[in-house]
Design a protein around this ligand. Structure first.
Ligand SMILES: [Zn+2]
Length: 146
């Protein structure tokens, strides 16, 4: 577990530690809560992780390095989400309901996009993750989750 001397910077310290462990460099170039992983130059573009929500997005992008060879992409996105939550749990950072909800909705949309492109069988872990909350959303109206 990481101990934080300065509570104000704990998210930034944790993000940079995990990025370093994965031989990644980072650029806090975004002002809003978004991120990108650039495989070609082993770099993460994100916003400064000033709170748990932004930390989660940054950690998700680190996950893209770890899972970059996993296809299809909806499964890779799911694994990145699980990675980010695992790091947060291991460091006693509470995961707010709004973060969990956004995550499930994001994975539901990515899964629906895969279905629209012809995906026939959804990974069972992903299905279980999204079905409770997002089986009736507009994005999932094709009704693939029974
Ligand atoms: Zn992603």
């Amino acid at each position: 577990m990481v101990r934080f001397a300065d509570g104000l910077n704990k998210y930034k310290i944790l993000f940079e530690k995990i990025a370093k462990e994965n031989n990644l460099i980072w650029d806090y170039c975004f002002k809003s809560n978004v991120g990108r992983y650039l495989d070609s130059d082993k770099k993460i573009l994100t916003s400064k992780p000033i709170n748990a929500e932004r930390l989660q997005v940054g950690l998700h992008e680190i996950g893209h390095k770890l899972f970059r060879n996993i296809k299809p992409s909806y499964l890779q996105e799911y694994l990145c989400e699980m990675f980010s939550f695992e790091i947060m749990r291991n460091n006693n950072i509470p995961i707010k309901k709004k973060v969990k909800d956004r995550s499930k909705k994001y994975i539901a949309i990515k899964t629906q996009m895969a279905i629209n492109r012809g995906l026939k069988k959804i990974d069972s872990k992903v299905k279980n993750y999204i079905k409770k909350d997002y089986s009736n959303t507009a994005q999932l109206k094709s009704g693939f989750i029974k």
